[in-house]
Ligand binder design. Structure first.
Ligand SMILES: Cc1cc2nc3c(=O)[nH]c(=O)nc-3n(C[C@H](O)[C@H](O)[C@H](O)COP(=O)(O)OP(=O)(O)OC[C@H]3O[C@@H](n4cnc5c(N)ncnc54)[C@H](O)[C@@H]3O)c2cc1C
Length: 427
């Protein structure tokens, strides 16, 4: 009988170290530093690098990776327990070497890269000497990758990339892009896109403008690729394998975002509780008002339900070691995540009154972020479609308008089953 919600004491000790380290050393960074991905900035080198060394010394660097790539091979359950602490701090993932989109890009370079590609791009990425950009969405469509129009053509042994990409995260700071482009015009729809490694300094790449919002205004960019020439060996994976490459990176990325979202939602709930017991109205604390009590209960229930779904999905990934077998569960986590952060941050905002709505509190930022979470890595609707399709797959349609679960049919079947024992006398 294996059904256990305990954390092993040795690992709990590591989590305790992480919790204290993040609270005391990592959380303050967001008040004195700019973009966590600006890894060459002098202040970053001064403040972040020593913390990264301490994480390495604890054996906690890049724990999403297997030992072959310098990680601990912790698996997703242990990673979830770590990430739900790291997500509380803006610099948490970068200090622990597991920040998106680099973590996913490292995953596909490790999986599909040639030895030369790994030597040139993967190792410095793993060491956080550089950061990277994954570029798939285009101005005319993101949710449906079949809309991709960026072209890759072979010309005198070189690939030439032409097209536009939208909302490319970290485009300004990236050392290289992984670009999805249409290279196989005659192939069936899901075999027509290939993935390319495009060094950021290649001539022909132009940032048209930033397209983010608020504190992330310069994080995402509208990028144009005009006659960008690449050596033939900058294809990542095989020709036409782009969708498969993209799926490989997104499976892990989506669940890791969810783990970190737990941290933010939990923080919002903590702040809500603090305010509810501190702020008084009509002679008593807000926490004594039943409408506030309902909010508190709803938030806690929503958070715990979500956390259980995330942990169970992490456990399934560890068990199957194949994201495709856990597609429905990952899609469900991805679809649930924005609403959890939106609702809990929104309730915390409301309970803080006008202070909650000001930019002296983090709630508006979290509410905005919940919309980011509902779009980045695909919109919520698309993930709900995946859940529904997976659930209905293989279910045989009924050939009668009165299916076998229709109560009169069940009653009839039951009376036939017990006819001998019950006899014909209904009295
Ligand atoms: C914070 C953030 C970071 C991002 N980072 C990156 C990045 O690094 N690289 C990158 O390539 N992209 C990135 N994106 C883009 C992201 O992948 C897209 O926003 C997403 O795939 C949706 O594409 P779209 O914005 O073009 O919306 P559209 O495809 O135009 O969809 C708009 C809306 O239509 C509805 N919709 C779409 N499809 C369906 C459907 N099948 N059924 C029902 N309704 C549907 C949904 O409500 C959806 O929100 C990022 C986005 C955000 C917000």
């Amino acid at each position: 009988m294996a059904w256990d919600f305990e954390t092993a004491p040795e690992f709990q000790a590591r989590l305790d170290w992480i919790e204290q380290f993040v609270r005391e050393e990592v959380e303050p960074l967001e008040f004195v530093l700019g973009d966590p991905y600006d890894v060459q900035h002098a202040d970053h080198l001064r403040l972040v690098r020593p913390l990264q060394q301490r994480v390495r010394a604890q054996g906690l660097w890049a724990c999403h990776l297997g030992p072959g790539l310098g990680g601990q091979g912790y698996g997703q359950v242990q990673l979830a327990l770590m990430n739900e602490i790291l997500g509380a701090a803006r610099f948490g993932p970068i200090v622990f070497g597991c920040q998106a989109p680099d973590s996913g890009n490292a995953e596909i370079l490790a999986h599909y890269g040639t030895p030369a590609q790994k030597a040139r791009y993967l190792q410095p990425l793993l060491d956080n000497q550089i950061v990277s950009c994954f570029s798939m969405t285009e101005p005319q469509g993101g949710a449906d990758p079949l809309e991709i129009r960026t072209r890759a053509t072979l010309d005198e042994g070189q690939w030439v990339i032409d097209g536009e990409k939208w909302f490319a995260t970290n485009a300004r700071l990236a050392e290289f892009f992984i670009v999805m482009a249409r290279s196989e015009l005659q192939a069936e729809p899901h075999r027509c896109i290939s993935a390319f490694i495009v060094p950021a300094r290649t001539p022909g790449i132009r940032i048209v403008r930033d397209c983010g919002y608020g504190s992330g205004a310069r994080t995402h960019a509208y990028v144009r690729f005009e006659g960008v020439r690449l050596p033939a060996d900058h294809l990542l994976g095989a020709r036409g394998q782009g969708f498969e490459v993209a799926q490989t990176r997104l499976g892990g990325g989506r669940i890791h975002h969810a783990m970190r979202t737990i941290a933010k939602a939990r923080k919002a709930l903590d702040y809500l509780l603090r305010r509810a017991v501190s702020r008084r109205t009509k002679g008593e604390p807000l926490a004594h008002k039943q409408m506030i009590q309902e909010r508190i209960a709803d938030c806690w229930i929503q958070l715990e339900q979500f956390r259980l779904l995330v942990m169970r999905t992490a456990w399934l990934i560890d068990k199957h070691q194949d994201y495709r077998k856990v597609r429905k569960d990952i899609a469900a986590v991805k679809a649930a995540m924005p609403k959890v952060l939106h609702d809990i941050a929104g309730h915390a905002l409301q309970v803080h009154g006008s202070l909650g709505l000001s930019d002296e509190m983090p709630f508006m930022q979290w509410v905005t972020e919940s919309y980011f979470l509902g779009l980045a890595d695909g919109p919520t609707e698309v993930h709900k479609i995946t859940v529904a399709q997976q659930l209905t797959r293989g279910i045989v349609p009924d050939d009668s308008p009165f299916p076998d679960y229709h109560l009169p049919r069940r009653a009839h079947a039951a009376s036939e089953k017990y006819a001998d024992l019950l006899g014909s006398d209904p009295a």
